[in-house]
Design a protein around this ligand. Structure first.
Ligand SMILES: *Cc1c(COP(=O)(O)O)cnc(C)c1O
Length: 365
């Protein structure tokens, strides 16, 4: 006899985060976790440090200041917002509140791994919808909906592919779902997208009882270390998750920094413009080397390596790591021969391109 965890838990492979270690003495360029090279807005850092003066007090369990700042910035009702310890926590809470053993939840073929992990953690069954050219296929998702389906997870844009589907496709997906199924729109990279046909999901959430949108401060706002996410949803779903979350799930530094960050619109514009410039530059430069790059609207790109021996993703990864450029292996996402690169500083982007040029011309680590 020994303690046995719940059904599903031991089917989970532990999430392996992006590496963050360069060889000794070599400058590290961490391009493995889609963090921003620009850091957070200075006011956010100052707010976090000011909050650190009172560490003996519990934080505001309702994260009122942060909710208020989010509500004002996006024109939303604070009642429809729930903050989380990163949006990862909110994805987990959705599974905790709406999935039981035997239920099904759908995610896409190359979808964010946290969905799969959290579905299994509830003893529920992950159902995988194939993608087309590394892009969400709405019909493939709809074809997999059954009476047991409770949740549909869609990262739009998706990580690690960087691809997106237009908002009318998201609407078509929603229209095809029965009303008991919650559509979870994970818009972690929404701020970066510069496409007229894109929508993060706010309008859908406002109009229906079975759609939620999750957002994060970890990516464009540069606050990954503090763990801040939020969900916009119908009051019934928001209040359901609210019952189950930890009473102080956001710490005081996170609340203060998040509220300051989201109010700095000039910072956001600067970050979007910087990313757009270097996303395009890096994509074109890598294509110029003969590599194929999945078209991305996020702050990262998926680089595919040729099949020749010695020129695969594993060898490229070793070659780059030896030079201080840390990218992300994505075999666990179904891309054994690709690397995901976050857009970094100008120095980092130029450095990766130069190193891969050398690698393809025959260099070895
Ligand atoms: C990074 C990321 C998140 C999680 O962000 P946190 O708020 O840091 O938990 C969620 N979804 C996707 C698709 C991401 O890439």
């Amino acid at each position: 006899m020994k303690p046995v965890p719940n059904k599903g838990v031991l089917d989970i492979d532990v999430y392996v985060p992006g590496k963050s270690q360069a060889p000794a003495g070599i400058k590290l360029h961490k391009l493995s976790s889609n963090e921003t090279p620009l850091g957070p807005p200075p006011a956010a850092r100052e707010a976090a440090l000011a909050a650190a003066a009172n560490l003996e007090f519990y934080p505001d369990g309702q994260a009122t200041r942060l909710k208020q700042a989010i509500a004002e910035t996006h024109g939303l009702n604070p009642q429809n917002i729930l903050c989380g310890n990163g949006s990862d926590e909110l994805l987990g809470l959705l599974c905790q509140c709406y999935l039981s053993p035997g239920d099904e939840a759908i995610h896409t073929e190359h979808g964010f791994l946290v969905y799969h992990i959290q579905i299994l953690a509830r003893g529920a069954t992950p159902v995988v919808a194939p993608e087309k050219d590394a892009r969400t296929d709405v019909d493939a998702i709809l074809a997999r909906v059954t009476e047991k389906t409770k949740l549909v997870f869609l990262a739009n844009p998706n990580n690690p592919t960087g691809t997106y589907i237009p908002f009318d496709e998201v609407r078509r997906l929603h229209a095809g779902l029965p009303p008991h199924v919650i559509l979870v729109l994970d818009a972690a990279y929404a701020e970066y997208v510069r496409r007229n046909d894109y929508g993060a999901g706010i309008e859908l959430v406002s109009d229906f009882q079975n759609v939620v949108m999750t957002r994060t401060f970890s990516k464009i706002y540069g606050l990954a270390a503090l763990r801040i996410g939020w969900m916009y949803g119908p009051e019934e779903i928001v209040s359901t998750l609210d019952r189950v979350r930890g009473p102080f799930n956001l710490n005081a530094m996170a609340i203060a920094a998040g509220a300051a960050a989201i109010r700095d619109r000039a910072f956001l514009d600067k970050a979007v413009a910087f990313n757009a410039e270097w996303l395009e530059w890096t994509t074109k430069a890598l294509e110029g080397l003969g590599l194929s790059v999945t078209p991305s609207v996020g702050n990262f790109i998926l680089i595919h390596f040729p099949g020749m021996p010695g020129k695969g993703a594993a060898e490229a990864d070793a070659f780059l790591t030896a030079r201080g450029y840390i990218l992300r292996r994505v075999a666990g996402y179904g891309f054994p021969n690709a690397l995901r690169m976050s857009i970094g500083t100008e120095e980092a982007n130029r450095g990766v391109v130069a190193a891969l040029d050398e690698f393809l011309q025959g260099g070895t680590a």
